[in-house]
Design a protein. Structure first.
Lengths: 303, 341
């Protein structure tokens, strides 16, 4: 077809291609100016000793010195990196489970659904940016509060359960993680607003007739959750997983990020902070790539 | 407990079938089903009530604290309802944050930035959704990369980039020196115009997803009737995309309003509510020290926390009002986009 009408069609295609490029040109310009250049520069900077003088700055190449310093000399960095990373994995997992569960509930018909949806979405608006950072500052006060409560011998359900399980001696470490998550359910609920909406949008696209067919074939609701709902929203899992991890990385109350910002703003050590940021970023990207590859192999595409 | 709540959606479907088919025979079974249904909705109510309370409670707590006098804070009897009702905290917080000025600045900045970002992202998203051009996949990969890369990775170098700003050495030729754009608002507007603002990759992605779902025939009909490329975009496509555009605009506005990272980096000299809030505790202690004529000292944790709560409330109040009116714009349109990988 194309070859037959060669002159005309390719002319039209060319015009379309040009207008396409015109439409995305702001992005290309911005990407080259404000992304590629700083990106490369910051990579280079991480191998340099950066000295800022009046009116200019100098970069002196000094090899892997910054990386060595970050991992071997700096007392906090490697510890923070490992801690931050394990926390990221655990929390992202918890957020996924929580938001999928809430989305399943919110997808049902009941009175006041709109109100509940509105409330669950509220954190996206209210705890973003600076406000989130301030909330964690309050955790110092919350801790004080907790110690006061301890001394007053107030008991909480999780604490009792935890002590029972601990005396029973069943795999304490795993339980501790679970209890930490339950204690921090507030943080998880705050972080999962967008994910809930995305899951909801996925759940709404599943046709009702599928459930009907499944129940006629003799599926119980529990089975149709695993056999119908799960495969149909599996692609949404991938989207949400990526979003959750990226969101966690960019959170302002992230300890690694705080360390990086401190190194830059307070100590004016631009080279070292670049090196730290790059290590963190590279680790995250590798983890993201591996995990999303594993998930994407299990994703089922309908159609 | 969780299983019961999860199962009820498909269960509803099954129940309807049983009801319709054989009503008189299955009476005991039906009663049992109704009982399960009631049980499920009770469990669901408790669960949702608990979670909603969890989310709302800090705000309620802040409201009650913000009306307390300092004495009430230390009074062990006073927990939620202040004994001495006062609005002094609000006055003090407003004074510390320079509220009126900061509010005006924040509004102007958030509004213009959001409008600019959405306008540019719409163009780009439309281009990605509707046109075929060489290297399209590559450029879209760049968009995804932009979503993934945290801005903090480049913050160091962007900082220096704008501190010694220059386009191909032109300015250096004219004035003999690179210009320092740090502290002015220009860099951030430039970045927004280039789709490099806060979470702009996400907006591009969402808008592209939306435009892809609009039938091609609509566009073709417009072409046949003699509309040009740009005219088709403005007259045919834009009105259709209203819900997603409002959604993106609202997100952009809200995130810009509370953003600390970009604001501190690029808009440092401008008084904004977000930056004002992040230093309110320091402001408070220096204010009180000035008042008492002392050099150093600390304000009690409870009182500074009270002022912080008040300040936070004052900042999120405009957002709550916005959310009340535009709730549909936030939630519904986003859930209709049909996000897919």
């Amino acid at each position: 077809m194309r070859k037959k009408l060669n002159g005309k069609v390719s002319g039209l295609e060319k015009r379309r291609a040009i207008s396409g490029y015109l439409f995305i040109s702001p992005f290309i310009l911005g990407f080259l100016l404000f992304m590629v250049k700083p990106f490369m520069q910051s990579l280079y900077m991480s191998f340099c000793d950066v000295q800022v003088g009046a009116g200019s700055f100098e970069m002196i190449y000094n090899g892997l010195y910054n990386y060595n310093y970050a991992f071997k000399v700096d007392p906090d960095y490697s510890r923070l990196l490992i801690e931050g990373f394990t926390r990221m994995i655990i929390y992202s997992f918890a957020i996924m489970v929580f938001s999928f569960f809430v989305a399943l509930i919110l997808n049902q018909e009941f009175h006041g659904r709109a109100l509940v949806r509105a409330i669950f979405f509220l954190p996206v608006i209210l705890s973003s940016g600076v406000i989130l950072g301030l909330e964690t500052d309050n955790s110092v006060i919350a801790q004080m509060h907790a110690t006061v409560e301890d001394s007053m011998q107030n008991v909480s359900v999780t604490a009792v359960l935890e002590s029972i399980l601990r005396t029973a001696g069943v795999g304490t470490r795993a339980y501790e993680t679970v209890f930490e998550l339950i204690d921090n359910i507030y943080d998880i609920a705050l972080a999962s607003g967008i994910q809930i909406i995305v899951f909801l949008s996925g759940l709404q696209t599943i046709p009702k007739s599928m459930y009907e067919a499944a129940s006629i074939e003799g599926c119980t609701s529990w089975e149709s959750l695993w056999k119908v709902t799960f495969p149909m929203v599996s692609s949404i899992f991938l989207v949400n997983w990526v979003y959750t991890i990226v969101d966690y990385c960019m959170r302002s109350d992230n300890e690694v990020m705080e360390k990086i910002t401190d190194t830059m703003v307070d100590q004016l050590n631009y080279g070292l902070s670049s090196a730290m940021a790059w290590c963190y970023f590279a680790l995250t990207i590798v983890f993201l790539a591996i995990s999303s590859f594993i998930i994407s192999r299990r994703v089922y595409y309908y159609e | 407990m969780s299983n019961a709540a999860v199962m009820s959606a498909p269960a509803g479907v099954g129940k309807a079938k049983v009801k319709a088919k054989d009503k008189p025979k299955m009476a005991p079974l039906k009663r049992k089903k109704v009982a399960t249904q009631v049980f499920i909705s009770i469990v669901r109510f408790i669960l949702l009530f608990g979670l909603c309370f969890l989310i709302i409670q800090p705000i309620l707590n802040k409201i009650s604290v913000s009306f307390m006098t300092e004495g009430d804070l230390y009074d062990p009897v006073v927990i939620n309802i202040p004994a001495h009702f006062t609005t002094e905290n609000y006055q003090l917080a407003a004074k510390l944050m320079d509220y009126k000025v900061a509010l005006r600045h924040s509004f102007i900045v958030a509004f213009t930035i959001a409008a600019l970002q959405v306008a540019v992202c719409t163009l780009v998203g439309y281009g990605f959704a509707r046109y075929e051009f060489p290297l399209k996949k590559f450029w879209f990969m760049c968009v995804l990369l932009m979503i993934i890369i945290p801005p903090q990775v480049m913050s160091t170098s962007l900082y220096l980039h704008f501190k010694f700003f220059d386009v191909f050495g032109i300015f250096k030729l004219i004035t003999g020196d690179a210009i320092n754009l740090r502290g002015s608002v220009l860099p951030y507007y430039m970045m927004s115009a280039g789709c490099m603002g806060l979470k702009n990759g996400l907006y591009i992605y969402l808008i592209r997803q939306f435009f892809r779902n609009i039938p091609k025939e609509l566009e073709e009909a417009a072409y046949v009737d003699g509309c040009g490329t740009f005219k088709t975009f403005v007259i045919i496509m834009l009105p259709d995309a209203k819900p997603i555009l409002t959604s993106c605009f609202l997100f952009s506005f809200v995130w810009q309003w509370t953003d600390g990272f970009y604001s501190r980096m690029f808009l440092g000299n401008l008084k904004l509510v977000s930056t004002a809030l992040s230093v309110i505790v320091d402001e408070l202690s220096s204010y009180i020290m000035r008042l008492l004529g002392l050099q150093t000292g600390t304000v009690s944790v409870a009182y500074s926390n009270c002022i912080l709560s008040t300040g936070t409330l004052m900042i999120i109040l405009p957002l709550i009002i916005l959310y009340l009116f535009a709730q549909r714009g936030f939630v519904e349109s986003l859930s209709q986009t049909g996000i897919k990988m």
